[in-house]
Design a protein around this ligand. Structure first.
Ligand SMILES: *[C@@H]1O[C@H](CO)[C@@H](O)[C@H](O)[C@H]1NC(C)=O
Ligand SMILES: *[C@@H]1O[C@H](CO)[C@@H](O)[C@H](O)[C@H]1NC(C)=O
Ligand SMILES: CC(=O)N[C@H]1CO[C@H](CO)[C@@H](O)[C@@H]1O
Length: 200
């Protein structure tokens, strides 16, 4: 019992969610706007607002994170923390998050996608779209600082052993929040701090 049971519950939950969300989605469709280029600024480190307006996927990501973190007994270590952004300027944070996104996809989600968890497949496909949109995103400066912080994250995964994969899934909500605060167009209008908005 335990993890498998939780995942099964999750997949039932996601169906309930589909039926719950459907009327809402039909009433207020959220079009993916193609206005990335209108922001008179380098648009390669920008994710369209549509990704973050997608309430269904946001809920799926949050549910997935909740399921995984409920079986994570270690509440001390965090992969995505303020340490990750230490001394990285706001304009380079999207590039850093792009690296974290790639790492999470390659090391955790893609190897998992053959598994029984359809929920993970949807989230993985959604995150791959975001990854593709950030393909041309490059760092502007500070490469050593970014590499150093990213290296620390990877070191932490080694210290944690296999359990880091479950922790990474448990932090998908944080990954998504930080992609939003670092890469969304709003970031350019009102530079938000990269702090976590998850309630402790
Ligand atoms: C993505 O992550 C994989 C696995 O960690 C790594 O081998 C690859 O170089 C990364 N790609 C980019 C573009 O960072
Ligand atoms: C990561 O771990 C390696 C090997 O343990 C170490 O040499 C390196 O300094 C660490 N990197 C960071 C940024 O802490
Ligand atoms: C700093 C940076 O990434 N600058 C790029 C902005 O976009 C133009 C093309 O649109 C690139 O040539 C710059 O290198």
């Amino acid at each position: 019992m335990g993890v498998l049971q939780q995942w099964m519950n999750c997949s039932v939950l996601s169906w309930v969610l589909v039926f719950y969300c459907l009327p809402f989605l039909l009433i207020s469709p959220v079009p993916l706007k193609k206005d990335g280029a209108t922001v008179g600024c380098n648009s390669s480190c920008i994710l369209r607002k549509g990704y973050f307006d997608n309430h269904y996927m946001r809920k799926c990501i949050n549910d997935l994170a909740k399921q995984a973190s409920s079986s994570d007994k270690d509440t001390v270590n965090r992969l995505i923390s303020s340490q990750l952004f230490l001394r990285v300027k706001a304009k380079d944070q999207c590039y850093l998050m792009k690296k974290v996104l790639n790492f999470t996809l390659e090391e955790v989600l893609l190897p998992e996608s053959e598994s029984q968890y359809h929920h993970i497949q949807d989230v993985t496909n959604f995150l791959i779209k975001m990854q593709n949109e950030l393909k041309a995103c490059k760092h502007t400066e500070q490469k050593p600082q970014i590499e150093n912080n990213f290296e620390k994250l990877k070191n932490k995964t080694r210290e944690l052993g296999e359990s880091w994969r479950n922790k990474a899934i448990g932090e998908l909500d944080l990954l998504f929040q930080h992609l939003e605060s670092s890469c969304s167009q709003e970031r350019l209008l009102q530079a938000k701090p990269a702090g976590s908005t998850r309630k402790e």
